[in-house]
Design a protein around this ligand. Structure first.
Ligand code: ARG
Length: 276
């Protein structure tokens, strides 16, 4: 019998896709020959926002900036834990100005922002999971940033090596299903082949109960999902994963962000969590 899961209301930071398009290619998903349908992208994104609000979550907006087509991927701009903001330093020159835009939003909202010295793409590669922060490296975030994260938050930070260019950010290969604030226990879903063999072993040891996704579900951006502890906002194409989550007592909420996949993004990429 699946246990009954409890959700916790979240605060999400997002950026409307007004200027979203594929203008350059900085990951294998991006191809200028497959243009984005801007109207459809806007509708898909609004559907996600409505789904968040319908489930009791708060959504805050960073104003979109012309000339920054990837700014919609809010997750990459910071990691916020305990009301403390660890900012970003992007790998691709095209995305570097985004850091300042998000920093301005945080400062106006009353937060100090720490600017990392090493390349670091926020929640794209930094994933709080109970008593740890999981930290990806290999394509974007530098290993040295993991030390800065650990030093800044004082939370044990576990480095994980990504090896497949289709899963260039940790949040394309793994997401957190639930966390217990009291015990520090957490559970995750992930695609093992996206990681080096040593990192796979680390994940196996840390999360023996994890949901293991197939390549098809991972390629459908099924691991770029957002869980509130009960509802899992997930790509509808990740059918195998949806079945597994249902069997474990989670409630999948399918939201199709197919237009954003053309830029290598999905639900989680469009969503930064502000953890107070
Ligand atoms: N085009 C963006 C990039 O390659 C997509 C970012 C997706 N964000 C994410 N959190 N995985 O940087």
């Amino acid at each position: 019998m699946p246990t009954s899961r409890e959700s916790r209301p979240r605060r999400y930071l997002v950026c409307e896709p007004r200027h979203f398009e594929v203008r350059y290619a900085i990951n294998p998903w991006m191809r200028a020959e497959a243009p984005v349908d801007a109207a459809l992208a806007g509708q898909q994104w609004e559907t996600l926002m409505r789904a968040y609000r319908a489930h009791g979550h708060t959504v805050e907006h960073v104003p979109p900036v012309a000339g920054l087509p990837d700014m919609v991927f809010a997750a990459n701009s910071a990691l916020v834990v305990g009301g403390r903001v660890f900012g970003s330093s992007f790998h691709a020159p095209q995305r570097r100005p985004e850091s300042t835009e998000y920093e301005t939003w945080f400062k106006t909202a009353g937060y100090d922002v720490y600017r990392p010295e090493s390349l670091c793409e926020g929640e794209g590669d930094l994933v709080p999971a109970g008593r740890y922060i999981l930290a990806g490296t290999g394509f974007r975030t530098a290993r040295a940033a993991h030390d800065e994260v650990q030093e800044f938050f004082g939370v044990p930070t576990i480095g994980l090596q990504l090896v497949d260019p289709y899963f260039y950010h940790l949040d394309t290969a793994l997401f957190v299903l639930e966390e217990d604030a009291e015990t520090g226990e957490a559970n995750v879903a992930y695609y093992p082949e996206a990681f080096s063999s040593g990192s796979r072993e680390v994940l196996r040891r840390l999360f023996p109960q994890a949901v293991i996704a197939t390549r098809d579900d991972a390629m459908a951006f099924g691991l770029n999902s957002v869980s509130d502890g009960r509802q899992v906002f997930i790509a509808p194409q990740a059918t195998g994963l949806i079945d597994q989550l249902t069997a474990r007592g989670y409630v999948p909420v399918p939201v199709d962000l197919s237009e954003f996949r053309k830029a290598g993004g999905g639900i989680k990429c469009c969503t930064q969590e502000i953890r107070s």
